[in-house]
Design a binder for this molecule. Sequence first.
Ligand code: FES
Length: 166
Amino acid sequence: MQHLPAAKQLSAHVREEIDRLVAQFPPGRQRSAVIGALHAVQQENGGYLTQELMEAVAGYLGIPAIQVFEVASFYSMFETRPVGRHSISVCTNISCMLCGGEQILAHVEKKLGIAVGESTADGKFYLKKEEECLAACTGAPMMMVDHKFHENVTLARVDEILDALE
Ligand code: FES
């Protein structure tokens, strides 16, 4: 596969990870590795993607940059602007709302001093836009922190979880 010059911006670790992903698909189907590639790049870049890094992924995979931008902007697990290191999503959809999800969200906002969509000034926390149902309704109310689900949370448990993060 021919890599474009922008691909040089990717670390050796990320390139190895992309190679591993590409090898899982038939020849010519490297586009299927975009999601995994973006995960690897985002993780290494402190939790968000830049245009340059997305172009580098496209260059490495040998596909048009628009195909990478489409994926990055469609899926809520990707961030395309600088955000805090720890990503917090509080579910306030129906099951969680009925079980106190809105109070959980208000507590997190007050504790961190930020509103939904904002990051703390020290770059530690990012309170993501309220998600739709995160498919853990039986454990309502729930919140997701760095892609890990926490169910049946209470205000005290929220404090424990957030205070334990580095
Ligand atoms: S409503 Fe919150 S996980 Fe389903």
